[in-house]
Design a protein around this ligand. Structure first.
Ligand code: CUA
Length: 159
């Protein structure tokens, strides 16, 4: 038995299939061509234990070796600790974030860093900062009355 498919329906099905293939291709190009990746929830950490966890007990940035830095950032309503991170240009910065209370967000302007900070999880994001300048970061998950005050900055200095 041969299905009869209306000509218009058939063309819409073809168009739909082409679009789905196009979206799939866009995902593959984004992941393998442009390096876009889902920020990792790398480990678990109870909100009550953030202050005593290694790294988060002394939040801030430190050099792992020249050109490689890591920062531990404690997140709570309504502030990031620290509010400023300074690194030299050309450095790779890996940031670990943990929330002490509710869901917050972490977005760094002029980069593709954009991650949720979920209580109970450690979020990790990395970026190489080639250009000197000031990169603002902010909370982008609405978290209450002073959500809009949750900001900080990464200062990238001349090498
Ligand atoms: Cu934290 Cu909005």
């Amino acid at each position: 038995m041969r299905l009869h498919i209306d000509r218009f329906e058939s063309s819409f099905m073809t168009l739909s299939a082409i679009m789905i293939a196009g979206f799939g291709l866009a995902v593959l190009v984004a992941v393998f061509g442009l390096g876009v990746q889902l920020p990792g929830q790398v480990d678990q950490l109870a909100p009550a234990e953030v202050d005593s966890a290694p790294g988060f007990d002394n939040p801030g940035v430190r050099m792992v070796y020249p050109g490689k830095y890591e920062a531990y950032i404690v997140v709570q309503a309504w502030q990031f600790t620290p509010t400023e991170i300074t690194i030299p240009a050309g450095s790779e910065l890996t940031m670990y974030l943990a929330s002490k209370d509710i869901i917050h967000g972490f977005h760094v302007l002029d980069t593709n860093i954009n991650v949720m900070v979920i209580p109970g999880q450690i979020s990790e994001v990395s970026n190489v900062f080639e250009e000197p300048g000031t990169y603002l970061y902010m909370c982008h998950e609405y978290c209450g009355a002073l959500h809009h005050t949750m900001v900080g900055q990464i200062v990238v200095t001349e090498e």
